[in-house]
Ligand binder design. Structure first.
Ligand code: ZN
Ligand code: ZN
Length: 184
């Protein structure tokens, strides 16, 4: 599947090349070293993009829909989420990268160099997926997380220590107030 993301520059027609493809977990993990995997699992990435060429400069405009699986930041159970977004890249042959014209607009555009007749979309798609992934996710807005006392998942188990902790804190607070009043 991964080879389908390699494009022969010479074969891009004047009207542009329209691509649509899906990639999964195996493809994504293969793009990272074993000890440098991202903090989420890719379930599926659906990509649509239009590749156009002007001289030797190649423009890529695309849309990405991604299903991810991450551990809920409160209860640590796997949580699915869907993210999406648009992206653009401009590719120039490597020897052109330092030209003055391109440096001027480098701030606004993602400019990537390419060598030879092939460009590989995989690193760009991968970069976009990483950018779309949030740092934290909740399995639900009402996730009650893990009990700080016994470590049970409070979405699943109602432990007895929960109220104990709250009471204890209140008790400390009450005692603190009483002590201060006595001093004052
Ligand atoms: Zn949760
Ligand atoms: Zn507990």
């Amino acid at each position: 599947m991964s080879d389908s993301l390699k494009i022969n520059v010479m074969l891009i027609p004047d009207s542009g090349l329209h691509l649509a493809f899906s990639e999964g977990a195996e493809w994504f993990t293969g793009l990272f070293p074993a000890d440098g995997q991202p903090g989420f699992r890719l379930m599926q990435a659906d990509v649509e993009c239009l590749v156009t060429k002007s001289g030797e400069t190649i423009y890529i405009r695309g849309t990405l829909h991604v299903r991810l699986c991450m551990d809920c930041s409160r209860c640590l159970e796997p949580a699915d989420l869907t993210v999406g977004g648009d992206f653009t890249y401009t590719l120039v042959p490597d020897q052109m990268e330092t030209s003055d014209d391109l440096e001027l607009c480098a701030e606004d555009l993602e400019i990537v160099g390419y060598k030879g007749d092939f460009i590989d979309l995989a690193p760009m798609i991968c970069e976009q997926i990483v950018l779309l992934a949030p740092m934290k996710v909740l399995c639900g807005q009402d996730c009650r997380g893990l009990c700080p006392c016994c470590g049970e998942n409070r979405n699943v188990v109602t432990c007895n220590c929960q109220t104990g902790i709250v009471d204890e804190r209140l008790a400390v607070l009450k005692k603190f107030k009483i002590n201060n009043q006595q001093k004052g």
